[in-house]
Design a protein around this ligand. Structure first.
Ligand code: ITT
Ligand code: NA
Length: 200
């Protein structure tokens, strides 16, 4: 049984492979890079769940394989939940992690510590070629540092300090991050659904 990972983000791919490996699914995970001819689907949804489903359906239809997708981002309390679904292109250019992080820090410069609450959110979607779909979500709550710390992970990891932690996500090992992360929670919740629908 083959299952395609509908993401072109290499950081997500390595986290997802580790998370799903730990779950003991009897599937072969296929990377989206094996299908370069499949165009990226526009993320026109207004929620993480809608966008994750759009990405999963597009690849499942194009490849004839069951597909899983991740849509995720950072939601800042004092900013009413943004960057949210716009996290990957907050500073303009899609995937420019450093520019996104610098812009957000500048926007939060006047916000003092007790008001710097935020969470990472992840929607994990499964779509089958016949149109069957499932989606589950996971969150990682925390607070935002005033300056980046750590070199691990990606995106906003250097500024998000998870609740109960003294380190940022970028200072955790990959295993530590996956154990508590929005992505770890969402995809571990998707595992029984994958098992059920694929018989894997
Ligand atoms: P795909 O759509 O191909 O999966 P993408 O990078 O475009 O890749 P998203 O649209 O879901 O994915 O945007 C995710 C953004 O949210 C990502 O660029 C980061 O800025 C942020 N983000 C998501 N998960 C994160 C994490 O675990 N740590 C830090 N930042 C994260
Ligand atoms: Na997105």
């Amino acid at each position: 049984q083959r299952l395609i990972l509908a993401t072109r983000n290499a950081n997500k791919v390595s986290e997802l492979r580790a998370i799903l490996k730990g779950a003991g699914l009897s599937v072969e995970l296929v990377g989206a890079e094996e299908y370069p001819e499949v165009p990226d689907v526009p993320e026109t949804g207004v929620t993480f769940a809608e966008n994750a489903l759009l990405k999963a359906h597009a690849l499942a239809r194009a490849t004839g394989l069951p597909a899983i997708a991740d849509d995720s981002g950072l939601c800042v309390d004092v900013l009413g939940g943004v960057p949210g679904i716009f996290s990957a292109r907050w500073a303009g250019r899609h995937g420019d992690d450093k520019a996104n992080l610098d812009l957000l820090l500048a926007q939060l410069a006047d916000i003092t510590d007790p008001h710097r609450g935020a969470h990472f959110a992840c929607a994990a979607a499964l779509a089958l070629p016949d149109g069957t779909e499932r989606v589950v979500e996971g969150r990682l709550p925390g607070t935002l540092r005033h300056a980046p710390a750590g070199t691990g992970g990606f995106g906003y990891d250097p500024i998000l300090q998870p609740e109960g932690e003294s380190r940022t996500c970028a200072q955790l090992t990959p295993e530590e991050k996956n154990a508590i992360s929005h992505r770890g929670k969402a995809f571990r919740a998707l595992v029984p659904v994958i098992r059920d629908l694929l018989g894997a």
